[in-house]
Design a binder for this molecule. Sequence first.
Ligand code: ADP
Length: 324
Amino acid sequence: MRTGRDLELVAVTKRYGTTVAVNAVSHLFIEGSYVCLLGPSGCGKSSTLRMIAGHETVTEGAIILAGKDIAQLPPARRGTAMMFQSYALFPHLTVRDNVAFSLKMKGIDKAERHREADQLLDLVGMTALADRLPAQLSGGQQQRAALARALITKPQVLLLDEPLSALDPFLRIHMRAELKKLQRELGITFIHVTHGQDEALALADEIVVMNNAVIEQAGPAREVFNAPKTAFVARFIGGHNVLALPQGRFAVRADEVRLAQDGAEAVVTSVEYQGAHVALNGRMAGNQEILALIPEADFFADPKSPGDSVRLSWRADRAHPLEA
Ligand code: ADP
């Protein structure tokens, strides 16, 4: 639901010389939502985020937060805060002084800024490590310190640029759950840039898929996954077949494709056991590849091998037509 404190991009364009990094993008970010900007490298995600933060100038367009155009304001006066991929902690300052840094810049006295920093360190579970230097922290701890430092400015919108990419896979999954929990507790808008579809699906209330400097599709995570509008979104979000049959071009989820008595003819090209599913790849008429993720018990009731002729089907209402 729209509130008076949403963030709105209105025809925002970013050009670097002749490169159009962001092309007249408009989008409403609902207050209090967790939004992931998802897309391949170079599609304009970071430029969009940096323009919202004020770390990059806006070539054209408006950025409205709580009813006010913030596009020309300095970063510290926008009501936004940014957490960088590298965390950008000051190496010679303790965790507490890193977190308190922006308050020091504002001239707030030491006792008060340490009190506020300690509250945030408590929020991110870092109280015991407040006197350490960044080099004495693990990757996950550095990230918590960077989060606390961004949050001390009491932003209405927290901007996170690939915040999990520096972490190993195990920690990444742990920290993404913490980010989500923190966002729920704080109730502020998080805008999180990622090129990982799993990460976006796990975190986002809304996924904004970007491609070639524009928004290709935006919507709730389940909607984007279940009903991709374009071939690009279907391929990028993963788990889908993009097929062109005489009746038109469409996407169908790989786990909706079943071995059947009738349906599209295919020759099995590979079979891979994946635990819960068996991944069966086939080739259909017109040399089109198709992937079926078949529940393992169903598959082993009537197993297939490469070279076998099979018929594959799916429920008609699970095939989503794609825009050109
Ligand atoms: P993403 O975050 O999706 O990888 P970016 O916003 O970083 O995409 O980049 C979008 C496009 O703008 C790319 O073509 C990139 O090369 C270009 N670009 C980004 N930053 C600059 C810059 N400072 N100068 C020139 N071109 C840039």
